[in-house]
Design a protein around this ligand. Sequence first.
Ligand code: FAD
Length: 509
Amino acid sequence: MTLHRVARFTDVPENQGLEVQIEQRKILLLKVGDQLRAYQGECPHAGAPLAEGALCNGRLTCPWHKAQFRIEDGGLCEPPALDSLKRYPIEVRDGEVWVDDQALRDAHTPPADDARTFVIVGAGAAGTAAASALRELGFGGRVLLIDREAGAGYDRTVLSKFVIAGETPPEEIPALRDDDFYREQRIERINAEVTSLDCANRTLQLSDGQSLQYDAALLATGGAPKQLELPGADLPQVFVLRSRAHAQQILESARPGQHAVIIGDSFIAMESASALRQFGLEVTVLARQPVPFAKQFGETVGKAILALHQANGVVYRAEGEATQIEGTHKVEAVRLDNGQRLPADLVLVGIGVSPATAPFADLPQEKDHSLRVDGGMRVTDGLWAAGDIATFPLNGQPCRIEHWRLAQQQARIAAANMLGGDEHYLDVPYFWTWHFGKNYDYLGHAQSWDEVEFKGDPFKPPFIGLFGKNGLVIAAVACDEERNMAMLAERMKQPLPVDNAWRLIRDAP
Ligand code: FAD
């Protein structure tokens, strides 16, 4: 334990963190009233520099993926981080700030003092967050985390950004939690498929013949990629992308110089176009919309992202539907309904996902096969659902949203309520998407708007765009405007007039 002089008290700004270093370690200094706090300098989620985040309403928001922490004690408020910030002892002497190089000890594992068994089905974004949250909230009973995928519980979002770009090898995809965590927290991982659920008897059936009884269960089985129903769709080089195994299959097949045809203009389709192009393939996107993402980001940003793809050599075709994948033993071409033939060595299908709820056929399901939950993510007595399978009330409207951070937020709410809490989703949905080295951030879930205004040029980031309805901000989209988006992630939780938002952006540090 050694104290290091890192700054002068007056160096730490009022409304922003200051990053200092002790040897190689980055430390964040924050002002809390007339006191200082020292926390780890990088976000526990993906290593973002927290000094570039926003301080607002007693919370620090991470600039990259909008995890939130309490300024007072570094406690985790919102994912995608799953841990609170490490805190370092700090002293101020004669205006000089001294920080210890040893963090205070982390919270311990709750004692095994509860006879209940909680089961989580699906160890993806939501399932892993729920398991962590149960322990964080002090649950001492059994936690069973079931997934059909061996090694589940990794960052799925990198598959279409860095893995099939050849940048991150599949075996190096970051795990959401390491083995020590599961062991120390007594989270029992079961690699099996859940095949059915008997809700009345609180029993789950597994593919290996086991049946499991639970006191409370969370269903978090995510989405299954929609498959093409065309002649030739079963050829071996026709891929979807949801899992590490899918990414591995694509990488085993793809070679620089080959032709890839991507069917669909979804986020995963377009991110994959960017990644495969980066890997050196010739990429054609067969789209249904003339401008990608126009529905979510508006025409201008959609066109700007399209231009970025085209400048990087992606061919984007919005005319002609695929009618057949040609080839005898391997993919040779995609045939379109206008007679055209696009040569192809591989086809990637990115036309959306369906909620993976087949084992829960006995539960009432929505038209899209999702499970309807109440504001506390509850399906029925003893049963909760979160993530891509859940239709939940957002501002009073039933809604199903496929975002990583939202799945984890819902999971944390479900975990609290499984323990008798009464939490509801009150936040602003957020997601990010990555194209040719540019990260686009989006806050909100707007179906329509009556005004949109930009600061900066979407064709030449940085830019930030605000979508307004009846004078209030209902969504924001940006690239390279991280601190402002972090600030808005917090501010948009309350009704925010568009004029006020622009003022906050103008006055931001
Ligand atoms: P998942 O994370 O899919 O987890 C579900 C788990 O359940 C899986 O591990 C699955 O194996 C398991 N499972 C399913 N059925 C069973 C069963 N019967 N028995 C046992 N286990 C079962 N969102 C963003 O916000 N930003 C992004 O940049 C982004 N990029 C993405 C990139 C890709 C390639 C993909 C596929 C998705 C991306 N998303 C992104 C969406 C995001 O990943 C999902 O919204 C999120 O993973 C949903 O979490 P979930 O827990 O509901 O499902």
